[in-house]
Structure formats: C-alpha cells, structure tokens
Design a protein around this ligand. Structure first.
Ligand SMILES: Nc1nc2c(c(=O)[nH]1)N[C@H]1C(S)=C(S)[C@@H](COP(=O)(O)O)O[C@H]1N2
Ligand SMILES: [Mo]
Length: 317
C-alpha cells in the first residue's frame, strides 16, 4: 500500500521489491563476511522458521486452488503490509511478535438472529480446514501466490442467520496500541476497517484464513484470523480480526478514508482501471523479476464476474 507524497512518511515505504531484496541480500552477505560470530541471521531479521509454527490438523485441498508456483515461506512472512507494525515491508516480521494471538475471540454481530462470540481455537477445531492456494495482488502492483489454510467465510456467517437488513459486512482489526506499536502513530485511522457486500462475503472464494503452508498464521500475516478475498487488491484482506458485523449501509474502509481518490470500496483487481498514480496493467510476481499481465478480478473472473455485471467498474473502483 502506498500513501500520497507529502504525508510525512519515510521513503522506505516506496522501496521497490528489487531494492528491498538487494538490501536484504547485501545485509546477509555482509553478515556472512563478518563470520556471523555475534548475531545469527534469524536474530537480525526476526525471521522465524516455518518449523516453529504448529501444524494444523485435517486440511483438505480445495478445487479453488491455482496451480501457480507458490512463493516461499520466507517471502510470504517477511514481505508484508501490516501498518499496525510499521510502514516498511520488513517491519511486520520484526515487530509483530508483540501481538498475542491466543486466546482470541471474534464476535459476529449486527443484523442477524444468532449473534455470538467465537474462540478462534474452537472455530479451527469445529470446521473443515481447506488449503486454498490463491494469488494475492497488491494495489502496489506486486503479487504473490500463497497456500492459505482457512474456512469459507460463508460457513461462519450462515450460522449467525443474517436478516434481510444485512446488506454489507464490516470487519474490524484489533485496537490495542500496547500490542500494535504502529497504532501509536496516525499514519492511518485505527482500528483498521474493511467491508464487503453481502454477496461478496458469501462467495465461495472468500475465506477466513487461519494458517499458511499447513501451519498456524504468523502474526505478521494477520494471526490468528484474517480475511482473504482473492479477486480484490490485497488491502481488502484485513488482518487480526476481532469483529464481524452485518450492516445495512456500505461500511467505511480504512484506505478509502485515507486516500479516497486512490482506494475505493470495491477494490476489484482490474487492469483496465489504473490507480491515479500508476498503471495496474502489469504486476511483478515476488521472487521473479519479470512482469506478468494483471488479469481482471485477478484471474477469478469466471467465479466472481457475475456479481458485477450491473456495476460501472470505473466509477466503483
Ligand atoms: N489490519 C491490517 N490488515 C491489512 C493491512 C494492514 O495494514 N492492516 N494491509 C493490507 C495490505 S495492503 C495487504 S497487500 C495485505 C498483505 O497481506 P500479507 O502480508 O499476508 O501478504 O494485508 C492487508 N491487510
Ligand atoms: Mo496491499
């Protein structure tokens, strides 16, 4: 995610992926050169290896998965946008250890007959977990392929029995500056908020993710539970959710409040509608230096296109 120039954010925010990887590599090589006597690489980058995360039980593969080559655990867990932990891509991996994702309750409320509070551990135990390998396309024009573990959002929403007044769903991230140091800065309005139209929330592609690569979610990726909406720009995938609310009116979303001309409510991936400051026609897949054509709805047009046949996608970007 980028912010308008002049908003007082350090330029590292707009470090390109290439520069970022070069810098990391440079540090790694310099470290190798000094013989790594004092620090080890993982201390320096707060890189937590995959094996430190608990395996999730009983995961079945999903027919919605893409065959694209997945990004590595390292890429997925060290190149993140999570402004609650800083504005640079490497900040969340370094800072998110201050989050305490266990125990964690998520409440489902608003226009529904059966509101409730769920413990995330119970959600994980009581639902069939699926592996969903999805492309994630960030609005900044980079992309990744991530093997999420999750449950369809619809499964959870249906149990709440939403009423006919429920036209949209609002999502809220934890507000806890003691655990999320970035919330002491006013770089965004806190808590981070997102929203979906009811049919988007109920679409079978939309999941609540609780893991990746078969293991519990690292905090920098939104532990313990985050949204994944693969046909929309990455910023719709709100992390560390504490509340889901059925509402009548289109909810506020944080990036739209921050820069309404740049980030809309729908945020459907669309190569035909440029961001005001850059093209959305192509993307750079993290880990490869060549560019790919960006596909309408991030390649999921067949599954989701029907929801937007009556919508002017230029107006409702
Ligand atoms: N609460 C919260 N959720 C968030 C963000 C954030 O800053 N705060 N960043 C978003 C953006 S811009 C992207 S691209 C994705 C990145 O998810 P990942 O780090 O798991 O790849 O998270 C989204 N969810
Ligand atoms: Mo993003």
């Amino acid at each position: 995610m980028l912010i308008k120039k002049g908003s007082g954010i350090k330029s590292s925010l707009i470090t390109s992926q290439k520069q970022y990887l070069k810098r990391r590599q440079f540090i790694k090589y310099s470290l190798a050169a000094v013989g790594s006597l004092v620090l080890d690489k993982s201390q320096l980058f707060a890189e937590t290896s995959e094996s430190e995360y608990a395996k999730l039980p009983n995961i079945i593969p999903s027919s919605y998965s893409t065959n694209d080559k997945t990004n590595s655990w390292e890429h997925i867990t060290t190149y993140n946008n999570f402004y609650e932990f800083g504005t640079s891509k490497e900040d969340p991996a370094e800072n998110a250890h201050s989050l305490n994702p266990k125990p964690w309750k998520i409440s489902i409320e608003g226009h529904c007959k059966n509101p409730g509070e769920y413990d995330v551990d119970d959600l994980v135990k009581n639902n069939q977990l699926e592996e969903r390998v999805y492309r994630l396309r960030c609005v900044e024009a980079w992309s990744m392929v991530i093997p999420w573990v999750g449950i369809p959002l619809k499964t959870v929403l249906d149990r709440a029995e939403p009423t006919s007044k429920a036209q949209f769903v609002e999502f809220v991230t934890l507000l806890e500056p003691k655990q999320m140091q970035g919330q002491n800065s006013s770089v965004l309005q806190w808590p981070y908020l997102e929203g979906l139209r009811m049919d988007e929330a109920m679409n079978p592609l939309t999941i609540l993710a609780v893991g990746l690569y078969g293991r519990v979610l690292p905090s920098q990726n939104g532990a313990p539970i985050r949204l994944v909406v693969p046909w929309k720009y990455g910023f719709k995938s709100i992390k560390s959710i504490v509340r889901i609310r059925f509402v009548e009116k289109m909810p506020v979303n944080t990036w739209n409040v921050s820069a309404p001309a740049e980030y809309g409510f729908y945020a459907n991936v669309n190569p035909g509608v440029d961001h005001p400051r850059w093209s959305q026609k192509k993307e750079r897949r993290l880990g490869s230096f060549s560019k790919k054509e960006t596909l309408l709805f991030n390649g999921y047009a067949e599954q989701v296109g029907h929801m937007y046949t009556d919508l002017d996608l230029k107006k409702w970007f």
